[in-house]
Design a protein around this ligand. Structure first.
Ligand code: NAP
Ligand code: MG
Length: 405
């Protein structure tokens, strides 16, 4: 079989622990036998980030920006416990995903891989629901003030010109608590652009919700910027593709989402997206089946699994055990990245390879061959054989080879 050729490199970001082990297995068994893989490789494993004083993370993000497509393995974000586990760490390095997101100025879209034999908790959901979370500002960058006596809080903005704008927050008659939040017009606009762009790329409707009846000015700005971007830049393409942009209040959106059959993108403000993405992913079944893509306003995409490095499995692997860790979301990160690379470079064979990899993986699951986490979720009566990660990947490879023959 002749291997599929690539023209432009894909930015490959390796990672940590069990997902690093899966990363290598996926490449060796499912990609390298079929594709003349061209990647620019960055090792984002914790120790290499430490050795490069985390420069490798920003280098990888800048390379993704240059080439337009990246694929990332899950990585450890160090905390106090990790500092003890890895005494050679010179600093508690920041979350690589946070660093990459800020360099790409991107929005994260999370989509579940939906299976016919695992019923979502919401019976009428048939297609995936993709959540886009605005990952800047609001309560996540707020300042708080707790006070003891009666008095008045004011919010003052002092411009570089010296001009001041001020409002009274509240006069209180006793102890109270206050919070100051902000967001930036530029960040909201990037969020809107990434959402419209991704809706067009994936041919899905876009829903956006805030609470602008209550937060008339604050959420009103979000609503206005989305409308402006839609009218000025995206409406023609939406109409040509038969797509809808739909704005509604967050509480109305929640009710409609529950009654819907899925198949759209739901753009949420930072806090709403934090809460709703956990609700939607849990209702669809499993964190191990959640894919994630970071999309920048210029269309750069970085694909990954939504889950972490699966530490508990890694420690069993180090003891020599064959683990049954689910590689689906990481496989779909690769297939998504290869399809995108193929679409940008006009390489239909590469696009078809990405599609074949996805359907071979789904058919393996439909044949009842799956990792332990899914075996426990399958519908009653569905015949299931729980296998190790290696056996699962081999079963996919057989089907993939047949498809490509
Ligand atoms: P996690 O790695 O997602 O794992 C949490 C638990 O979920 C696992 O122990 C496992 O449950 C189950 N699970 C997750 N993915 C699975 C898979 N593919 N197959 C089977 N089971 C799976 O989250 P964590 O333990 O909170 O975090 C571990 C490390 O990952 C941390 O250092 C964190 O910083 C990092 N992290 C990275 C990213 C990223 O790079 N995007 C995201 C989140 C976390 P059982 O053990 O019960 O089988
Ligand atoms: Mg959360």
């Amino acid at each position: 079989m002749e291997k599929i050729k690539m023209t432009t490199p894909l930015v490959e970001m390796d990672g940590d622990e069990m997902t690093r082990v899966l990363w290598d297995m996926i490449k060796t068994r499912l990609i390298l036998p079929f594709v003349e893989l061209k990647t620019e490789y960055y090792d984002l494993g914790l120790l290499h980030r430490n050795e490069t004083e985390d420069r490798v993370t920003s280098d990888a993000a800048n390379a993704a920006k240059k080439y337009g497509v990246g694929v990332k393995c899950a990585t450890i974000t160090p905390n106090a416990q990790r500092m003890e586990e890895y005494p050679q760490l010179t600093k508690m390095w920041k979350s690589p995903n946070g660093t990459i997101r800020s360099i790409l100025d991107g929005t994260v879209f999370r989509t579940p891989i939906v299976l016919p034999f695992i019923k979502p908790a919401v019976r009428n959901w048939k297609k995936p629901i993709t959540i886009a979370r605005h990952a800047y500002g609001d309560v996540y960058k707020a300042v708080d003030l707790e006070t003891e006596e009666p008095g008045t809080a004011t919010l003052t903005f002092r411009g570089v010109s010296g001009r001041e704008q001020s409002v009274t927050v509240q006069s209180v008659d006793g102890p109270a608590v206050f919070q100051g939040q902000h967001n930036k017009e530029s960040s909201i606009r990037s969020f809107a652009r990434s959402c419209f762009q991704y809706a067009i790329d994936t041919r899905q409707d876009l829903w956006f919700s805030t609470k602008d009846t209550i937060a008339k000015v604050y959420d009103g700005v979000f609503k206005r910027i989305f409308e402006e971007e839609y009218r000025s830049t995206y409406r023609a393409q939406f109409e040509a593709l038969g797509l809808t942009y739909f704005y509604t209040l967050i509480d109305d959106a929640v009710a409609r989402v529950i009654r819907s059959e899925g198949g759209y993108i739901w753009a949420c403000k930072n806090y709403d997206g934090d809460v709703m993405s956990d609700m939607v992913s849990t209702a669809f079944g499993s964190l191990a089946m959640m894919t994630s893509v970071l999309v920048s306003p210029d269309g750069t995409m970085e694909f990954e699994a939504a889950h972490g490095t699966v530490t508990r499995h890694y420690y069993r692997y180090l003891k020599g055990e064959q683990t049954s860790t689910n590689p689906m979301a990481t496989i779909f990160a690769w297939s998504g990245a290869l399809r995108r690379r193929g679409a940008l470079d006009q390489l239909p064979d590469l696009v078809r390879f990405g599609e074949a990899l996805e359907s071979a993986s789904l058919e393996t699951l439909s044949a009842g061959i799956m990792t332990k986490d899914l075996a426990g979720l399958a519908d009653d009566g569905f015949p299931v054989r729980a296998v190790t990660s290696g056996e699962f990947l081999d079963a996919i490879a057989i089907r993939l080879r047949e498809k490509l023959a």
